[in-house]
Design a protein around this ligand. Structure first.
Ligand code: PPE
Length: 308
């Protein structure tokens, strides 16, 4: 997905012109993948542009930093304000994707990260449908990857660690080269974990099921959490249950969730159609309510919006 440059990137408290937002080639995080990040979206609402679940994303960023023992020199409130500021400074009134990053900077080398300086940047740019408009409307073709998710005792899966995404990239390339849209990864125990950058749900006999994030070695998705709340409020029963691959093949419906991807129907898994291969009624209802929610059209979820 190409990036559309905007005017400024927030770097350690300053608005830096887009083209000058550079780091040294000996930046620690470039060598060891020792950064943590977030993916956040802002949407146009009737009350102006608003960041969706800003506090939860910022708190998760801090939690990821805690796992890596990074001492972030800003508070949650300051980082929330930085994100609102970058949306305003770039005039992103129609919404955007935001990428806050905490990384270890230039000045130290070697595997001990503790003496490194901790830097923070926040970029924002307009970004369309991550898995394409066709995927959003008609569903995506998934492949179960030969690459497993990390064992949480090897690389912590509860934290969004930059270096950990090599695993997702390997799975993504494998799926794309084989002609699929996206990959599903199994955990070390062979159960379904998540996709390369999304959580996964199935619908079976009217019940909505998603794997329990920690045990499945998946990220606890904020979109997953929003969808669970939305689905419960629509009257659906939700369960956290371990899933195996045939649960996907035999589901009535399946969909994936993520900030970048949003809510995307799954049309097939390993060439087995999910249901009849078309987005099912439950998926469509949840997708519709999710988009209405992020766009500020559902009053009961207005608490999830931070206006820039
Ligand atoms: N699992 C993974 C591995 C993941 O990276 C994401 C977000 C999710 C689940 C869903 O989490 P949430 O966004 O809180 O619902 N992936 C981010 C980065 C994607 C990328 O390609 O880069 C995102 O969606 O912004």
């Amino acid at each position: 997905m190409p990036i559309t440059p905007t005017q400024y990137i927030w770097m350690d408290g300053e608005m830096v012109p887009w083209d000058q937002a550079r780091v040294h080639v000996l930046t620690h995080s470039l060598h060891y993948g020792s950064g943590v990040f977030e993916g956040v979206r802002a949407y146009k609402t009737p009350q102006g542009v608003a960041i969706f679940r800003l506090r939860e994303h910022t708190e998760r960023l801090m939690a990821s930093a805690k796992v890596l023992m990074m001492d972030v020199p800003y508070s949650v409130e300051e980082l929330m304000e930085a994100q609102l500021e970058i949306v305003r400074a770039n005039g992103l009134v129609d919404g955007c994707y935001l990428r806050p990053l905490v990384y270890l900077g230039y000045g130290e080398m070697g595997l001990n990260p503790l003496p490194c300086t901790v830097n923070v940047s926040v970029a924002a740019w307009p970004w369309g449908a991550y898995l394409g408009d066709d995927g959003l409307n008609n569903g995506v073709r998934m492949k179960i990857s030969s690459w497993h998710r990390h064992d949480p005792n090897a690389v912590p899966t509860a934290a969004k660690i930059t270096g950990a995404y090599v695993n997702s990239s390997l799975a993504k390339v494998e799926a794309l080269k084989a002609g699929y849209d996206e990959a599903i990864m199994l955990g070390g125990d062979g159960r379904i974990s998540e996709c390369t950058g999304e959580n996964l749900f199935i619908v079976r006999d009217g019940v909505i099921i998603t794997p329990p994030s920690s045990e499945a070695g998946a990220l606890k998705g904020i979109t997953q959490d929003s969808v669970i709340t939305i689905a419960r409020d629509l009257g659906y029963e939700i369960r956290h249950e371990a899933l195996i691959r045939t649960d996907l093949y035999l589901a009535d419906e399946a969909f994936l969730t993520g900030t970048a991807a949003e809510v995307v129907p799954i049309s097939s898994v390993d060439d087995r159609l999910v249901g009849d291969g078309k987005p099912g009624p439950v998926t469509k209802e949840i997708q519709k309510q999710y988009f209405a929610t992020v766009r500020g059209e559902v009053v009961r979820y207005h608490d999830w919006l931070s206006h820039a």
